[in-house]
Design a protein around this ligand. Structure first.
Ligand code: ADP
Ligand code: ADP
Ligand code: MG
Length: 661
């Protein structure tokens, strides 16, 4: 037995804060390690001690084993919690911790090796008698052999990075066309993101559910499962909504899948919290996918329904204690759901977003837990995963949990960069979701491939009114020219109302208003609609007003010409138009712009080359993912303005293509 007194958390953001929260409750001191980009982040400020371990790119900071261990030595940390991602499934790191005399809060290096890699884990599951997805897990990794195996298995197939995670390094291949390209690209992503280019091939199962079992094992040979989580709502093979229990499982199937997971855990004497992932077919048959030998992003839903603190269990297990309960003691209380808030634009293929988070606000609500890592004013960096926070709702049953979540999301103000908030709300309100009819293709099938949505006319009107009221009050308060006693909205010419124009996407919203000093009300016209408006109060960002006989409170945050408004669950950004139109910005004709800031990995065309519409011109890497820059139309490449390895800003002109006649 070892008593842990000070834990270094080798991670950042939301998960670092989550681990530290349990440490504080247990009276354990905390050490944060961070990159230069995170020097002022919340998790750094909330730790007892913090050490900067290098520049922004993860490879030069969070992934540096030597720097993390040096920080542990310097701060006297006696244990390291790796969180998830980064070094959490790195056997060499677990080994280096042991050599440095620091407790690694996780499984043994041998277990990570046996299960942290998809290839080894599948072989092990098969041996334990657990069904696996048909595929190729061979040691021969030459592209030709892999291609031959793909043909043998039959399309469609998934290429996966054996060391992968987070839906990254995975490629769906539906036909011979582009097969070798896909293998090369999957390998490159695998090497770049996980430092290991080993690939496995799996038959692509159509329309499965993703159901996983949480297990915990101690150093005394006990392994129990803590029920399942359903994680079928995904984009890019990555979960965005998770829940426990799964609407698809009854006690019998739960027991069967639980037993399969425990069998795998016991086969290698698993010690730590871990997750055994399965895909579940409509016929209730299930296939092993992989084991995650660490805490999962979605662990909070399990904590809600079992009443356990998984981080506390991890710490106790690492100290050498036996599990304080047995399988029969594990509870399943109500239902819980988690959503992941990502800085990404669902309408643009879920393109990760970076920039300033102008406003981040969510009031405290009963039954709702927020595992967050950000606050208003934070810069969301291109260097890390774009997940901003998780919201978890717990209820007596699924409907209550979903309703609480919906309410929380409607009250979340996440402004400044695009997020998936509205998409999550649309899913939660969807009839098929409410009925529990889920599978991993839910989003494409139920919501379509075009995920751009326009706000309702009413929410646009209310938002424009709220923004205008706030701005007008501010102008009056700041205006020293207006003589005292002159009412707001005063104009020499009473027939010409005050006005303001906002851009909302492609549309222009014009607000005209006239203040009547006798009634203290505004007569407002937004487009064709008219409202009688009364401003009730402005407190901080909350603007309370009556419009059309209904009292409401909107949250309005202004930043330059941008007005971010949250009103009745709708989140909008109105861009105030200058009174005198700007010169239009010069755009290079046929220019191909960088979709986001990032690094150019490969340039595929040269000057003078003829290109077809949709042809890949370059490959960029940002947010740990590859993005293809393609030609919008056929033509001739007139200019190549970048080279491989170059770092570029969003909207930088990468190529100039002269369109073909
Ligand atoms: P990761 O390590 O990135 O989590 P997984 O192997 O767990 O990779 O797969 C992630 C997701 O991809 C699964 O939840 C599922 O939606 C999808 N997926 C994985 N393997 C298959 C498969 N063979 N057939 C269909 N979908 C799959
Ligand atoms: P469009 O360009 O399609 O007309 P918008 O002007 O609303 O649409 O948005 C342009 C881009 O600005 C979007 O693709 C998105 O990335 C970003 N964006 C949209 N709404 C917001 C918001 N509330 N906060 C920050 N960024 C936003
Ligand atoms: Mg997985």
């Amino acid at each position: 037995m070892k008593t842990i007194r000070r834990i270094l958390v080798a991670n950042r953001g939301e998960i670092a804060l989550r681990v530290m929260r349990t440490c504080k409750r247990l009276g354990i001191e905390t050490v944060a390690v961070h990159s230069e980009a995170d020097a002022d982040a919340r998790f750094v400020r909330e730790a007892d001690l913090a050490v900067c371990i290098g520049p922004a790119p993860s490879a030069e900071s969070y992934l540096r084993i030597d720097a993390v261990l040096e920080a542990a030595r310097r701060t006297g940390a006696d244990a390291i919690h790796p969180g998830y991602g980064f070094l959490s499934e790195n056997a060499a790191f677990a080994r280096a911790c042991a050599e440095a005399g620091v407790v690694f809060i996780g499984p043994t290096p041998e277990a990570i090796e046996a299960m942290g890699l998809k290839r080894e884990a599948k072989l092990l599951a098969e041996k334990a008698g657990v069904p696996v997805v048909p595929g190729y897990d061979g040691a021969d990794q030459s592209p030709e052999v892999i291609a031959a195996k793909v043909r043998e298995i039959g399309f469609p197939v998934l290429l996966k990075a054996s060391a992968g995670g987070g839906g990254k390094g995975m490629k769906l291949v539906t036909s011979e066309d582009g097969l070798l390209d896909a293998i090369a690209s999957a390998r490159r992503e695998a090497e770049g993101a996980f430092g290991d280019g080993t690939l496995i091939v799996e038959k692509y199962v159509t329309s499965p559910r993703h159901v996983e079992i949480q297990i915990v094992g101690d150093a005394h040979g006990n392994v129990v499962h803590l029920n399942e989580r359903e994680c079928s709502i995904q984009r890019r093979h990555q979960k965005i909504i998770e829940e426990a229990p799964s609407p698809a499982l009854d006690p019998e199937l739960r027991a069967k899948m639980g037993e399969a997971a425990v069998k795998i855990g016991k086969a290698i004497g698993y010690r730590n919290a871990g997750t055994v992932e399965f895909i579940l077919g409509p016929d209730r048959s299930f296939y092993f996918l992989e084991v995650n030998t660490r805490l999962q992003v979605e662990h909070p839903v399990t904590e809600c329904i079992t009443g356990l603190d998984l981080v506390e269990l991890q710490i106790r297990i690492a100290e050498g204690h036996a599990l304080p309960f047995s399988q029969a003691d594990v509870r399943l209380d109500g239902a819980a759901i988690e959503v992941r808030i990502y800085a990404e634009d669902p309408a643009a293929g879920f393109l990760p977003q970076s920039g300033k988070l102008v406003d981040w606000h969510l009031p405290e609500l009963e039954g709702v837990r927020v595992d967050g890592g950000v606050q208003s004013g934070d810069e969301v960096s291109i260097h890390y995963d774009p997940m901003l926070a998780k919201i978890i709702a717990h209820g007596g049953d699924r409907l209550e949990a979903v309703r609480r979540m919906r309410n929380a999301l409607r009250r979340l103000s996440a402004q400044g960069i695009a997020t998936n908030r509205d998409l999550l709300l649309e899913i939660l309100d969807h009839e098929a979701f409410l009925a529990g009819r889920l599978d991993t293709h839910f989003i494409e099938r139920e919501l379509g491939t075009d995920l751009s949505r326009s706000p309702s006319a009413e929410s646009v009107h209310l938002a424009a009114i709220a923004a205008t009221l706030r701005a007008s009050e501010e102008r009056v308060a700041a205006n020293t020219v207006v003589p005292r006693g002159v009412p707001k909205g005063f104009r020499n010419n009473p027939h010409s109302p005050a006005w303001c124009e906002y851009e909302l996407g492609e549309d222009v919203v014009r607000v005209e208003y006239r203040f009547d000093p006798r009634t203290r009300r505004y007569d407002v016209a937004v487009g064709e609609a008219r409202y009688e408006v009364e401003l009730l109060s402005i407190q901080g960002h909350d603007v309370s007003f009556r419009a059309g006989g209904v009292r409401r409170t909107a949250r309005v945050v202004a930043s330059g010409e941008h007005h971010y408004v949250l009103v009745e669950g709708a989140s909008l950004r109105l861009v105030e138009r200058p009174r005198f139109p700007d010169r239009s910005v010069e755009v290079v004709a046929g220019g191909c712009l960088a979709p986001m800031p990032g690094k150019v990995v490969e340039v595929r065309v040269a000057e003078g080359e003829t290109v077809a519409a949709g042809q890949v011109l370059a490959i960029m890497e940002a947010m740990k993912m590859e993005h293809r820059v393609t030609a919008k139309e056929a033509g001739v490449v007139k200019e190549v303005r970048v080279s491989a390895g170059q770092q570029v800003d969003a909207d930088a002109v990468l190529f100039v293509v002269e369109p073909a006649e």
